[in-house]
Ligand binder design. Structure first.
Ligand code: C2E
Ligand code: CA
Ligand code: CA
Length: 939
């Protein structure tokens, strides 16, 4: 994620370079100023000392020092000496052939006359070739800057040359330089060294004493030796000789570079040697050094800007190289190149550079630290809040860290509580043993977590972990466990496999597994029965009470079958409201019949469902399998036979179970054919309506008719409504058919008469499932029939429940002006109590009561009370099934208002009905005419 420190800082490398360049030049210049202004003089001096020490060379030997040392002082035993000793020394030196003699001894005043005289004669003998010291001394009493000069005592002065001997110490208290001479009373006086070296430079200036010349190489002889005649005169021959005190007691000592403290005569000797070597060190201009220095700074900056150590190394190399060159130049021609200015500048520059680098680095480090913290934080969040649970464990299988989801999943309150399940630990150990680092395959295992069965899917991946303990790097192995709770998934899988065997809605077996069981049952070679069950009127319940009630009822049916009888297998749901079972034990035909009845009875008992109660009929068909040793019969064959028997029972509306017999098959075939043909029958115009006349009981007048449908199928022949209405209801075809009936009945009634009423049967399914109001409106509008002539007939079954819904629909129909009749009264399940709630205009008492009237007292009583009931309710009463005159008379006696039946007429085709209407109207007219005549007669 990090590229390079440079790229991350906001500091532009260019601005940094520019700054460096300007600073390098400025420091070069400043160094030069500091150097030339003398600020760096001590450093220069130090550097020169080092160079000089490194480049030591011997003295030429032309200058000899006769030292008045401790030995000499001891030998003479007093100080100052009598001048006689100096005279001895001078005589010896002159005799030995010394070219010059310089006495660095104070001869300013007269001493013992004899000694002085001897010296005077010695000086005379030397012929004025002797130098005696003159020195300037500050005399504070004479004012500032005023000097007094010490000249030799007059007799000596007259016989010698003067040598200027002042030696100046510098600020550091040491002697570095030496004068060429001094001006005395406007006259230039050469210094001792100038005289001894034979150099005459008339200058007030000083020169650098060349301390490369080692004073220890100067020929120094003790005055004692000389005085004792122990000095070889050859040592003196042609030499310039300095006679002076070197004994510490004499106090003439000076601090110098390199060599510490040396006596004054030695300084004169070194200065003379410097001049003899003709190369007193000369200070060169320092500006080139400054330029070189600035360049070296720039170079270092350019090359090693990014690496502090290299930068300092490069700069040091440059400085050393410069120093080396300076040394070589100094060594070769005594030119002193000042290098002092480079050091402070280089140090300052380095510090600046390092500081700025450090500044950048600290920014970089801070940035990186922030970035590392961010990344860490982000990873931590990702880790902690990860959807999958993650646990990181060490080789001891103990958790090192874990995501929050892991705590939740494993039911731990906090990280300390967390324990890796044992089953995973076993796998973990295996992993650590094998050491394979690639993630292992997903495993799904059942765990008990918090006393709950939990399926966990998990995966283990090994990795290594570098740890630094007290600076020592150790490599650990860790394992990352990713876990996921798949309990729900597992349950779903189980549920799905359950669903593939069991019907979700009812919990009954599905067909496929049922057939598998049946196959096993066949293999047992026993005789056993297979039952097929259908629920009569279930569709009506489903429609009227709602699907959820229907579902609950089916569940209860399965429940009753499942628990009710041990001899029966689990039921299978064949679809809709059809089920099947078989006997678990061997059975006879009688036993099979008993079981079939039991099945029919147990499902026919009333159901208490939610807020309503309901009842269905159990229609049962069954087949007795006698055993098939050849195994020729399939489970599907067995089931089909039971279903065929069921079909027969349904068609016969048989409440008693029907046993399969090969003869039944024709009926089943017909039922299926009906179902198939029904769909196209309307298009083929195979339906027609018949009209059964309805008469007033009182006077037998024709008041209207009931439309009854007929179907002449091209393939099946004449079919009666009892054979196809239920099928049309179950397929939903009834809606379409119902619409057709309404229009056709109205049309044909209009053709038959202009006042007779028309009763049309409406199926419960049609009322609930279709928009009967708009269908009716359409039929009324398109035919123009007076709604008051229309009566709709409805059977009781539709009122099983959801009364509100049906009543509101009935009321809507009534608002159109159409009336309602309750059909087949007396055959339904329900009580009379709801009758008052229904918007009825007429009740049609079922034909079974009418047909018994002439022989059954019960029917008479019932009819009688129904008459009373209808009076109470304010509705008309029509009795169906009037077949005999006796029936009509009985109805008339009881005050029944309307009747219908074969006694009047069977249902008639439209043409016949028109004929019937015509005849009746004529008969009525005739009666009225007759009656009119009678009236006339009476009057
Ligand atoms: P339902 O409404 O009770 O019709 C009366 C049935 O009794 C008719 O049978 C009729 O032919 C018969 N019947 C009339 N008088 C007598 C009699 O004196 N003695 C005897 N034994 N029977 C008599 P059908 O036409 O076969 O109708 C049977 C049932 O089919 C009807 O019973 C009705 O529920 C239904 N149905 C007929 N036509 C239609 C229709 O157009 N729409 C609907 N939804 N159902 C219809
Ligand atoms: Ca009817
Ligand atoms: Ca009826």
């Amino acid at each position: 994620m990090t590229e390079g420190p440079e790229s991350d800082t906001k500091i532009s490398p260019f601005s940094e370079l520019w700054k460096g360049a300007v600073l390098a030049i400025a420091l070069g210049f400043l160094g030069w100023v500091a150097q030339t202004s003398g600020l760096l003089k001590p450093l220069d001096q130090l550097l020169l000392d080092w160079k000089s020490a490194a480049d030591q060379r011997p003295a030429s030997g032309d200058v000899v020092v006769i030292a008045i040392d401790g030995q000499a002082l001891k030998q003479i035993g007093q100080w100052p000496w009598s001048r006689a000793h100096h005279a001895d020394i001078l005589n010896f030196l002159v005799e030995s052939g010394a070219s010059d003699v310089f006495f660095d001894v104070d001869f300013a005043f007269a001493s013992d006359p004899e000694g002085d005289a001897q010296l005077i004669s010695a000086l005379d003998r030397n012929g004025g070739g002797t130098y005696l010291p003159v020195f300037a001394q500050a005399r504070s009493s004479l004012g500032r800057g005023e000097l007094i000069y010490n000249f030799p005592h007059e007799p000596f002065a007259q016989r010698s040359w003067f040598a200027f001997v002042n030696v100046f110490t510098q600020a550091d208290g040491r002697v570095h330089s030496y004068p060429y001479g001094g001006v005395l009373h406007d006259e230039f006086l050469p210094s001792a060294a100038s005289l001894l070296s034979g150099t005459y430079i008339e200058s007030n200036d000083v020169f650098q004493i060349d301390f490369r010349i080692n004073p220890n190489t100067l020929p120094v002889y003790s005055a004692a030796d000389l005085l004792n005649d122990e000095l070889n005169p050859l040592m003196i021959q042609n030499k310039s000789v300095i006679v002076g005190g070197t004994a510490v007691e004499l106090g003439d000592q000076f601090a110098v570079p390199i060599y510490g403290v040396i006596p004054g005569p030695m300084i004169h000797a070194l200065a003379a040697e410097t001049l003899i070597s003709a190369s007193p060190p000369v200070q060169a201009g320092s500006h080139w050094t400054s330029v070189f220095h600035s360049l070296s700074l720039l170079f270092s900056l350019l090359l090693f800007r990014k690496r502090a150590v290299f930068f300092v190394g490069s700069l040091t190399t440059f400085l050393l190289a410069g120093e080396f060159i300076a040394f070589q130049i100094f060594s070769a021609n005594s030119t002193i190149i000042a290098t002092s200015q480079t050091y402070p500048a280089a140090i300052l520059f380095s510090i600046w550079h390092l500081m700025s680098r450090l500044g950048i680095n600290s920014i970089v480090i801070r940035n990186q630290a922030v970035e590392v913290a961010n990344t860490k934080g982000l990873l931590q969040t990702v880790f902690e809040d990860s959807f999958d649970a993650i646990i990181v464990v060490g080789e001891d299988c103990k958790p090192i860290t874990a995501s929050n989801s892991a705590l939740t999943l494993l039911g731990a309150k906090n990280h300390e509580d967390l324990e890796v399940p044992d089953k995973i630990i076993d796998t973990l150990k295996g992993h650590f043993r094998s050491g394979i680092s690639t993630p292992a395959k997903l495993r799904t295992t059942l765990f008990r977590i918090n006393n709950k069965e939990t399926y966990l899917e998990y995966m283990i991946a090994l990795s290594t972990w570098k740890d630094a303990v007290q600076g020592e790097e150790t490599v650990k192995r860790i394992a990352t466990i990713s876990l996921r709770d798949v309990t729900k998934l597992k349950q779903q899988q189980r549920h799905i496999s359950y669903l593939s065997n069991y019907d979700e809605q009812t919990g009954a077996l599905r067909r496929a597994p049922f057939l598998e069981f049946l196959k096993l049952r066949i293999a047992s070679d026993e005789s056993f029965a297979v039952f097929a069950l259908n629920l009569h009127r279930f569709k009506t319940i489903n429609v009227t009470l709602g699907r959820h009630v229907g579902d609950a009822l089916l569940k209860e049916v399965v429940n009753r079958l499942e628990l009710g009888n041990r001899n029966l297998s689990s039921p299978v749901r064949l679809g809709g409201d059809s089920f099947a079972l078989y006997t678990e034990a061997a059975c006879t035909q009688q036993e099979a019949d008993d079981l079939a009845r039991w099945i029919s009875d147990v499902v026919s008992k009333p159901y208490k469902l939610e807020h309503s109660s309901a009842q269905v009929g159990g229609i049962v068909g069954y087949y007795l399998h006698e055993g098939a040793p050849d195994g020729s019969i399939s489970p599907q064959d067995l089931l089909s036979r039971a279903e065929e028997a069921l079909d027969t029972a349904r068609l016969n509306r048989s409440t008693t179970p029907v046993l399969f017999s090969p003869l039944l098959s024709n009926q089943q075939l017909r039922a299926r054919q009906i179902e198939r043909s029904l769909i196209s029958a309307l298009e083929k115009d195979e339906f027609f309506l018949t009209y059964q006349p309805q008469h007033r009981v009182k006077d037998g007048a024709l008041i209207g008719s009931e439309a009854l449908i007929r179907w002449t199928s091209s393939s099946l022949g004449m079919i009666f409504p009892d054979d196809f209405i239920e099928i049309a209801e179950s397929t939903g075809f009834i809606s379409e058919l119902g619409r057709w009936i309404l229009i056709r009945a109205f049309e044909e009634t209009m053709q038959a008469s202009n006042h007779l009423s028309i009763a049309v049967n409406v199926s419960g399914i049609q009322l609930i499932n279709t928009d009967i109001v708009s269908d009716l409106k359409f039929a009324l509008d398109s035919t123009g029939i007076d709604p008051a002539r229309v009566c709709l007939e409805l059977t009781e079954s539709v009122f099983l429940s959801s009364l509100d819904h049906i009543v509101s629909k009935m009321n809507e129909v009534r608002k159109l002006g159409v009336t309602w009749a309750l059909d087949d009264f007396g055959t339904g399940y329900s009580s009379l109590s709801y009758l008052s709630m229904l918007p009825l205009d007429k009740i049609k008492l079922d034909k079974s009561f009418t047909m018994d009237l002439h022989e059954s007292a019960a029917s008479n009583a019932i009819t009688h009370s129904v008459v009373e009931l209808c009076k109470g309710l304010g509705v008309k009463l029509l009795c169906e099934g009037v077949e005999l005159e006796a029936h009509l008379i009985s109805l008339r006696e009881k005050g029944v208002s309307e009747a219908q039946g074969y006694y009047f007429s069977k249902p008639l085709t439209q043409t016949d009905f028109c004929e019937y209407v015509k005849r009746h109207l004529e008969a009525t007219d005739n009666r009225n005419e007759l009656r009119g005549n009678e009236v006339k007669k009476i009057s």
